[in-house]
Design a protein around this ligand. Structure first.
Ligand code: PLP
Ligand code: COI
Length: 357
């Protein structure tokens, strides 16, 4: 398929430091767009100036949440070049998410080439202030104008770019979490492993409760027993107990995080034993009470590595520590070192963006 490029005639002013503007509130000059219909397949792939979309109000995306998305980043290296982190994995996860919602599949190689061109075109938007990056948000939506519940026919793919700083206000610092014991985010057989908008809508009530009580994030328990720890709002979660790392297994209701996968590899290569298994709140509380819990942290693209300083469960607060733990700090330094090109990448995780379009 051909990809056409139309450059903006009105480039917007770039923020000197995007970390001052919240997360994902500023967008670059261009977006990628392509459309799908059953008769034509994917067509009209184009990079165009960012613009409002014209979509019929009867489109299924507005009524039944028929959409999936991704989140990855491009980073500016000390040499001034731009590189992405594991974009192949995001493309594959987006295909898996689309399959769950029955949105049309796409050619990941074509999408990656289009993404490289889009980032290359807007490369001046990739910030260089420490801790900042260009957040990349691919999204696929159903555009069928039909209020009946039917198989999906037509779709639209978009990629948006947004210069960002830290997701959690205050940068790398211990965060507080509320363990949610009423609402659930996902159940086995549901959509937990997919990155679809509905999962995040289902999380809103608990997130509002956490915020009202002064906690940064929600930690979700499994949807069957409300016993096993699953993940935090926008992050997977890891615990260090007696020198071993424990992280919830990917049971189907947890998002298979690319940062999680990267951390597991880095930790194993550093010599840590990593257990991917069911891990209950009871076990967490017991490990803390007996002095065996050494550290806890969340990990995700937007949030990077976020040490967990304290948590609240059934109205009781538990303190883990008010400084960044050494393993979380080491992971942060190593992961971001590879992402920003300060440390050599022995894994083949970084993907250079061409210097010209
Ligand atoms: N879990 C949830 C619910 C998320 O939204 C995210 C963020 O994408 C993650 C985990 C971490 O995934 P990744 O490391 O691929 O960003
Ligand atoms: C990401 O880390 O890419 C996410 O999608 C998390 C979101 C809550 C910003």
């Amino acid at each position: 398929m051909e990809l056409t490029i139309t450059r903006t005639q009105n480039p917007a002013a770039k923020p000197a430091d995007p970390s001052k503007a919240g997360f994902g509130t500023i967008f670059t000059d261009h977006i990628f767009e392509m459309d799908y219909t059953p008769d034509k397949g994917w067509h009209d792939a184009r990079i165009v100036p960012i613009h409002d979309l014209q979509i019929h109000p009867g489109a299924a995306v507005f009524h039944y949440g028929a959409e999936v998305f991704e989140g990855l980043k491009a980073y500016r290296t000390p040499q001034g070049r731009v590189q992405m982190f594991r974009p192949w994995d995001n493309m594959q996860r987006m295909r898996d998410s689309a399959e769950r919602i029955q949105l049309p599949d796409f050619d990941p190689d074509f999408m990656l080439e289009a993404l490289k061109k889009l980032v290359a075109l807007d490369q001046d938007w990739v910030p260089s202030v420490p801790g900042t990056s260009l957040y990349i948000r691919p999204v696929e939506i159903c555009t069928d104008v039909d209020l009946g519940l039917h198989c999906i026919g037509s779709a639209k793919m978009l990629i948006l770019l947004s210069p960002v700083g830290s997701y959690l206000a205050g940068g790398l610092r211990p965060v507080s979490i509320l363990i949610e014991d009423h609402d659930v985010r996902a159940v086995r057989g549901g959509t937990g492993y997919a990155k679809c908008g509905g999962n995040y809508a289902a999380a809103n009530r608990a997130a509002a409760k956490a915020e009202a009580k002064g906690y940064d994030q929600v930690l979700w328990l499994d949807g069957v027993n409300q016993k096993y720890i699953e993940e935090v709002g926008g992050m997977n979660v890891m615990f260090k107990i007696d020198g071993k790392i424990v992280t919830p297994a990917l049971t189907g209701s947890v998002l298979p995080g690319i940062t999680r996968r990267s951390c597991i590899q880095l930790l194993k290569d550093k010599g840590y034993e990593v257990e991917e298994r069911l891990f209950s709140v009871e076990e967490l509380v017991a490990a803390l009470a007996s002095g065996h819990l050494e550290e806890a942290w969340g990990c995700g693209t937007a949030a990077v590595i976020s040490p967990i300083g304290k948590f609240c469960y059934q109205d009781k607060e538990y303190a883990i520590g008010d400084t960044n733990g050494e393993t979380a700090q080491w992971l942060y330094d190593t992961l971001t070192g590879i992402q920003w090109g300060r440390i050599e990448d022995p894994y083949g995780w970084v993907c250079p963006v061409p210097e010209t379009v």
